[in-house]
Design a protein around this ligand. Structure first.
Ligand code: COA
Length: 158
């Protein structure tokens, strides 16, 4: 599928929050409200990019997004998700490739992220794109029921 990318501004916070809700399992408790998205975007160095089907109307929904924070020459990917209906069509990969290109132009040298150890789909995506495991964080995630899950810290050089 051909897709195009766009920067997400605070006016798109509602759309990004809905997509985030559609992307993450409810039990993980990763649901950001539009207010959470707006406040993240107002922080220095935070940027979000989203994917749309090429040629779709302006009002058509976003199908994938990545939200990241830059500090000096490093960036941390805070959230990435693809609408369940559009999975396994290369959108997550294209979003990250777009992110790396943009990161390079911003002189980012290293990208970090945390991923649930049990998140096989995301781990396979990151592996394919050259991320390596640099740390383990037991109990890093806490779901809505209060249960914790371990995370891995991954790094990729740009
Ligand atoms: C992880 C996620 C973003 C992947 O998005 P996607 O658009 O489906 O991924 P892509 O189609 O670009 O896949 C690229 C590669 O990733 C790997 N991959 C993606 N999903 C996979 C799955 N379910 N099982 C195994 N490998 C998978 C494959 O290597 C794939 O390449 P291939 O299709 O040539 O085999 C998506 O599953 C998602 O939104 N998950 C919920 C949110 C989430 O977990 N975010 C990450 C938090 S750290």
């Amino acid at each position: 599928m051909k897709i195009e990318f766009q920067d997400i501004r605070s006016a798109d916070a509602e759309a990004l929050a809905s997509l985030n809700t559609a992307s993450f399992p409810t039990a993980w408790g990763e649901r950001w409200s539009a207010g959470d998205v707006k406040s993240a975007l107002s922080m220095g160095g935070v940027r979000a990019r989203a994917a749309k089907a090429d040629g779709s109307a302006k009002s058509d929904p976003l199908i994938g997004f990545v939200l990241a924070r830059q500090v000096m020459d490093e960036a941390e990917i805070l959230l990435i998700g693809v609408d369940t209906q559009f999975r396994r069509q290369g959108i997550g990969q294209k979003l990250l490739e777009d992110f790396f290109k943009d990161a390079k132009s911003r002189r980012i040298r290293r990208v970090f992220l945390e991923v649930r150890e049990c998140n096989e789909a995301a781990r396979a995506l990151y592996r394919k794109l050259g991320f390596i495991t640099v740390g383990q964080r037991p109990g890093y995630y806490r779901n809505k029921a209060g249960k914790t899950a371990p995370a891995l810290t991954l790094e990729r050089r740009i």
